[in-house]
Design a protein around this ligand. Sequence first.
Ligand code: FES
Length: 125
Amino acid sequence: MVEYSKQVIDHFMSPRNVGEIKDADGIGEVGNPTCGDMMTFYIKVKDHKLEDIKFKTFGCGAAIAVSSMVSELAMGKTLDEALSITNKDVAQKLGGLPKNKMHCSNLGADALHKAIQDYKQKNEK
Ligand code: FES
């Protein structure tokens, strides 16, 4: 039986910022090659800060908790601050993940970073 921290259970049971932003400034989608799960992040940017973040995750409970935590950690941060959030930071903030679930934490920060890169490509020419 896999033991989850109370932070993981909390974010899985009531994930923050689930959904889609229709007129998103940047979108980042990543897939986990280990299990085939998918995660998409949508961002709104104002004055170089993340004004809004939403995500859609088709994946396991750990992946949903990871997405939720990433969105919470990055909300209101500058783009550079958000880019410095690592997958490891997210797993730590969640009180750790079981060893066989660590691969689930690999998507979160990557998907957010991809959305920021998408925004930069479109706007910083
Ligand atoms: S099993 Fe696929 S992300 Fe967790």
